[in-house]
Design a protein around this ligand. Sequence first.
Ligand SMILES: [Zn+2]
Length: 361
Amino acid sequence: MPRICRLLPILAFAPLLAAPPAPLTLAKVGAIDAHAHIFVDDPGIRQMLSRLDLRFVNITVVDPIERGFELLEPQHRYALEVARAAAGRAPWVSTFDPSDWESPGFSSRSIAALERTFRDGAVGVKIYKTIGMYLKSASGRYVMPDDPAFAPILEAIAAHDKTVYAHIAEPIGAWKPLDPNDPDSSYYKENPGWHMYGHPERPSKPQILAARDRMLGLHPKLRVVGCHLGSMEEDVADIAARFDRHPNFAVDTSARVTHLALQDRGKVRAFLLKYQDRVLYATDHVILPGDDVEAKRKRWEADLLRDWDYFATAGPVEYMGRSVAGLSLPEPVLRKLYRDNALRWVPGLASPQTRPLTLKP
Ligand SMILES: [Zn+2]
């Protein structure tokens, strides 16, 4: 038999023998961690960004209670330094200090300061839970996110085509007694100033979220990414209801993938499929000057890889000591969750000045 004829049966089965396409991996998706606080430039971090082909959005925030975030400066300076050293892999989000919101000229001063940060490459502006939970008027009333004091600032952010990152309210654990089974209880143990339980004089979570929703309605041209699942971590149906009402609203998953993993798998998967253009993957990892940078970087990478297993594979994956099945999201949805939604909702990420470059470790 001529050699060609012996090969024919093999060739007929060749399509069946061809290896299946390699599954998408975190390092292949060109991921963007849409919310982190990394205020240290470090070769180990830069090497990880390069190795995972990862970008992260570096967010500044004024928190009068949490260590390392008390003051606006030096955070802007740190974020700018990290952004420059990371050559496009660490775009940053600026903020303003709302503590003097009642003083004359507050909004024009804040807008001028934000415009300076835009010239330094800031791709968005963070607004924070101090609004609703901490700051009070001279007459003792808690100021809410839909207060007219903030409207000119929000309109200016929209006019500059920047995105607001809105961390408004907190997980429900803030309004409950400390409970070791609650994923957030250790935070309130460490930061009792944010533990609302036992303070009936402070606004309730529904009151704060209602004001946040009114803010979304008042500024329909403003893109708003609700941090931490928009503080609706208990039930994806709460997020879906807001998405249906407010087309200018998306959420990030920062520090709340656990809360998704502990909900009903089928419900969460259906939510992520239906609203596949509205959710940005994010971790909320924090590395501050003085920290053990390598230990924190390793934890960040471990979380990135675990979350990928949760979203991309069938699992099992462990959260809060519980073994949960992964979501096995289809590849096009994973690409949106991990990258494309961040590019759409935070358009500054796609600008030439923030395009990632190949880094030398
Ligand atoms: Zn954060």
